[in-house]
Design a protein around this ligand. Structure first.
Ligand code: OAD
Length: 254
């Protein structure tokens, strides 16, 4: 049996079992929607841009306009992109088997949500959301919608700057999301890992956590990743090609 068919059998055996399937996605999930990954050698964002400059609070404070403009460019790319067959396969599986699939994503785009997956656990935030750089000094808290146009926009009352609602290097993950992700990893019977290099923690640690608790680990990635050693089944292919096969029980094309 080819590994994708073995993986499909594992997933089919879980249908409808609450929390049986945990899916962890990374940037490769959205690559076929035209959103670049971070670490692919030629096309990844970190091959062309410096993460310390563009994805840290220190970088933002040093060059707020440059960082704001970079995120504005990425936001445009996200808004133009459409969910691919992989996003749709996950969302339709979740609809068909309510409660059976917990989706944990490192992605800051909204393609899982636009495919219909409204309860994804978002570990690294939301690139389309704004938040204040500093806790608001006003007692009630100023609404981010009050920011005056600018690059970046600034609060008319207190001068606070807006920043994108993503987790930057050196920052903690949202506590509730991390707790939900760890719980899902510990409870699942199969963890399906899609399109992540496994280079960023604590997200990468979810895979070992699931395996230690007895879950079968299936990795979908066209290239080697740092967590391949955790896999029971390694599927060398893309998200948009393999997820419909694994989840919709479709037969492979020619
Ligand atoms: P990476 O860019 O590190 O890894 C992307 C992975 O996707 C690689 O292993 C690729 O081989 C794989 N890949 C590429 N195309 C694919 C496809 N069509 N189908 C399936 N897999 C494919 O992205 P992440 O692991 O998500 O942080 O990176 C983790 C975090 O690092 C990101 O969330 C981001 C970044 O700094 C934040 O935005 C906070």
């Amino acid at each position: 049996m080819p590994p994708w068919a073995e993986a499909r059998t594992l997933v089919q055996a879980l249908r409808g079992r609450p929390g049986g399937l945990c899916v962890l996605t990374g940037a490769g999930m959205s690559a076929e929607s035209g959103i670049p990954t971070f670490r692919d050698a030629l096309t990844g964002l970190w091959a062309r841009f410096d993460p310390a400059e563009l994805a840290s609070e220190a970088g933002f404070r040093a060059h707020p306009q440059r960082v704001w403009d970079w995120y504005a460019m990425r936001r445009d790319g996200v808004r133009r992109a459409e969910p691919n067959a992989g996003h749709h396969a996950l969302a339709s599986h979740a609809r068909r088997w309510p409660g059976g699939l917990v989706l944990v994503t490192q992605n800051v785009d909204d393609l899982h949500q636009r495919a219909g997956h409204t309860d994804a656990v978002r570990l690294h935030g939301d690139i389309l959301a704004d938040r204040w750089l500093q806790p608001c000094p006003q007692r009630e808290g100023c609404a981010t919608t009050r920011a005056q146009a600018g690059r970046p926009p600034r609060c008319a009352d207190c001068g606070n700057l807006l920043r994108p609602g993503v987790v930057w290097f050196g920052e903690s993950l949202p506590a509730a999301a991390l707790a939900a992700a760890r719980d899902a990893a510990e409870r699942c019977e199969v963890m399906l890992v899609v399109g992540t290099s496994g280079a960023v923690w604590p997200a990468a640690g979810l895979v070992g956590r699931a395996r230690q608790r007895g879950a079968k680990v299936v990795i979908v990635n066209p290239s080697p990743s740092e967590i391949d050693a955790e896999a029971h089944l390694l599927l060398r292919g893309t998200a948009a090609h393999l997820l419909p096969l694994l989840l919709d029980a479709a037969e492979p094309g020619p």
